[in-house]
Design a protein around this ligand. Structure first.
Ligand SMILES: Cc1ncc(C[n+]2csc(CCOP(=O)(O)OP(=O)(O)O)c2C)c(N)n1
Ligand SMILES: [Mg+2]
Length: 337
């Protein structure tokens, strides 16, 4: 569990982070990020207590990307993401207890407990699937965008994917097709510096992944993925372009995966000091420090907010734990349609 209390004397708040926005706006963004952070703290705990099976891929450190982008969307938009998708699905508004229920294999889970952590899906909020196959959902997002255009719904389709996914064939095909048809799609690279255990530089010959957009004749925007307000601003522009019929955008949100690739990875291959330096720029800390610096909240108020959200998440976990195990008779349901 990372220390996310406010920093007593700085780092100096980044001016872009918080100067703008109506009262309560920053607190809303913070609340969304805290929900995700604490959801994943609880998830770790469920494993430790032997209540959860399988594996999990935490997005801790990347919450500003999920929240910043999803806050730029509206009801009816479609989102797909990866196995590291707790943040994106919760940021779309999936209920905490049913998300825990899914991780725990309960019938009340978002997918009746049959998808688990890597496949969290809640169509009712526009979260059309977390995908375990790297890059597999990019063509699905292109399909969503094409459907939106053909049906005239005005919806926008967004795909979150990792830096590693930009080396997958489906990335090329999807961006190419979306560009040539000027589809209402937004492609968001969560550049967390690693693909499994490999640092970006060992797999990818360029450092600025947004540059790849040039090959598809679409805008490529690089943004500080730990600055939720900056992410939301960049995503907002891309979503507007898409809705206005001006075609897709590639966003590279640069961030850091604070834990290992998955539950079984202690991340020992990281150079000494790297994690610590990124923790200084933890997205939650950054927003909190900026709120204090801008006079939007005191450290005490933020501490109270953290406690409130921690309780909300803990209660949701408790509810999900208390749900009964599913009836074994239902295990062959929903396999074929
Ligand atoms: C098509 C495919 N190839 C390989 C894998 C194995 N694999 C799982 S995660 C991963 C790394 C992906 O890295 P990135 O896209 O940066 O996403 P991150 O895990 O960092 O969020 C790989 C290679 C896979 N799941 N699917
Ligand atoms: Mg990665």
């Amino acid at each position: 569990m990372t220390d996310i209390s406010t920093t007593p004397s700085g780092p100096a708040a980044e001016p872009r982070t918080l100067a703008a926005g109506p009262p309560g706006d920053a607190a809303d963004l913070l609340r969304d990020m805290l929900r995700i952070r604490f959801f994943e703290d609880e998830t770790q705990d469920l494993f430790t207590r032997g209540l959860m099976r399988g594996s999990t891929h935490l997005c801790q450190g990347q919450e500003a990307v999920s929240v910043g982008v999803c806050r730029a969307l509206r009801h009816g938009d479609a989102m797909t993401c990866t196995y590291r998708g707790h943040g994106a699905v919760l940021a779309m508004g999936a209920p905490l207890d049913r998300a825990f229920g899914e991780l725990l294999g309960k019938a009340e889970g978002l997918c009746r407990g049959k998808g688990g952590s890597m496949h969290l899906t809640d169509v009712s909020v526009g979260a059309y699937g977390s995908n375990a196959i790297v890059g597999a959902h990019l063509p699905i997002t292109v399909g969503h965008a094409l459907a939106a255009r053909q049906r005239g719904t005005g919806a926008v389709a967004v795909a979150f994917f990792g830096d590693g996914a930009t080396n997958i064939g489906a990335f090329h095909e999807s961006l190419n097709l979306a560009a040539i048809w000027r589809l209402p799609a937004v492609f968001v690279i969560e550049n967390n510096q690693y693909g499994e255990y490999s640092p970006l530089a060992s797999t990818t010959p360029i450092t600025r992944l947004a540059d790849r957009a040039a090959s598809y004749g679409m805008p490529g925007v690089h943004v500080d993925g730990n600055d939720v307000v900056a992410v939301r601003a960049v995503a907002g522009e891309a979503v507007e372009r898409a809705r206005a019929g001006e075609g897709p955008t590639l966003i590279e949100a640069e961030t850091y995966r604070q834990s290992g690739h998955s539950r079984s990875d202690p991340g020992t291959y990281r150079p000494p000091g790297e994690l610590e330096s990124w923790l200084q720029r933890d997205p939650i800390k950054l927003l909190q420090d900026a709120m204090v610096a801008a006079g939007r909240a005191s450290s005490e108020e933020l501490s109270a907010l953290r406690e409130e959200v921690r309780q909300e998440v803990a209660e949701a976990a408790r509810r999900a734990i208390a749900w009964p195990a599913p009836d074994p008779q239902t295990r062959f349901e929903d396999i074929y349609s």
